[in-house]
Design a protein around this ligand. Structure first.
Ligand SMILES: Nc1ncnc2c1ncn2[C@@H]1O[C@H](COP(=O)(O)OP(=O)(O)OP(=O)(O)O)[C@@H](O)[C@H]1O
Length: 235
């Protein structure tokens, strides 16, 4: 079992407010994790830290066994291996293909290879033929699928999803859920937040449950603090 992230003594404060306090958490490579908890329990804060976009106020985040140095120039390279998809996706005011190509272009991919990867990503999200559509004219579900295609086009090592199915129609939600469930088998580790109590059951992922910023359930139970912090689920 390869550990992807290892958090130790992680705390995050916004001013006086303690939003997150995680003594220890290990996230495996190739895993599918469902991050649950009531509003304000710290899910988005944890995702921002896992996305390496925001250093915690205290503690250590290790990625592939190496503690993250938040001031190092090499952080950008590590960040590129991790993609965070927001609940309300931001799409550029251009074509669907242009949006999906964004991360690929930034990595120097162009020409026929670029078109091929864009087509494959759109195919994965069930939007073949949408290449020339204006991104701003899509429905909410279609826009979320395009954002997912943009994320998947670069084959991220880790995909972090902040309630990806919250604003999409049932058909798109079912489609995206199945797609997300298959990502670990394609080599992408997934951590996603959800307020849907059935989702962990349907997806069969491991659950990380937060109550007021603390872990209340973790994927495995190798750590004694799990019992100490164990509380009832309050999805
Ligand atoms: N930028 C910020 N400044 C101040 N407080 C913040 C900020 N972001 C989050 N918080 C606070 O930190 C706590 C955790 O917020 P967070 O957004 O991580 O929770 P969440 O579980 O993702 O909530 P939700 O389910 O509503 O999205 C909350 O009390 C919130 O009000």
């Amino acid at each position: 079992m390869t550990i992807l992230y290892h958090l130790t003594g992680v705390r995050h404060r916004y001013g006086d407010r303690l939003a997150l306090e995680i003594p220890e958490l290990a996230i495996r490579q190739g895993g599918l994790y469902l991050l649950t908890g009531a509003n304000g329990s710290g899910k988005s804060t944890l995702l921002q830290i896992l996305a390496l976009l925001m250093p915690p106020t205290a503690g250590t985040v290790s990625f592939h066994g190496r503690p993250i140095d938040w001031r190092s120039a090499g952080l950008l390279e590590i960040r590129r291996r991790v993609t965070l998809l927001h609940q309300v996706p931001y799409l550029f005011n251009e074509s669907v293909a242009g949006n999906v190509a964004f991360g690929l272009r930034a990595r120097g991919i162009a020409g026929g290879r670029l078109r091929q990867l864009v087509d494959e990503a759109l195919d994965m999200v069930g939007l073949s033929g949408f290449q020339k559509r204006r991104a701003r004219e899509l429905s909410g579900g279609e826009a979320q699928r395009v954002a997912m295609a943009r994320a998947l086009a670069i084959a991220p090592e880790v995909l972090l999803l902040d309630e990806p199915l919250a604003n999409v129609d049932r058909q798109s939600a079912a489609f995206l859920e199945e797609l997300i469930g298959g990502l670990p088998a394609r080599g992408t580790s997934v951590v996603m937040t959800t307020h849907d109590p059935e989702q962990p059951i349907r997806l069969g992922g491991e659950r990380i449950h937060l109550v007021a910023g603390r872990l209340a359930a973790v994927p495995e139970a190798p750590h004694s603090f799990v019992q100490e912090n164990c509380q009832h689920a309050d999805l």
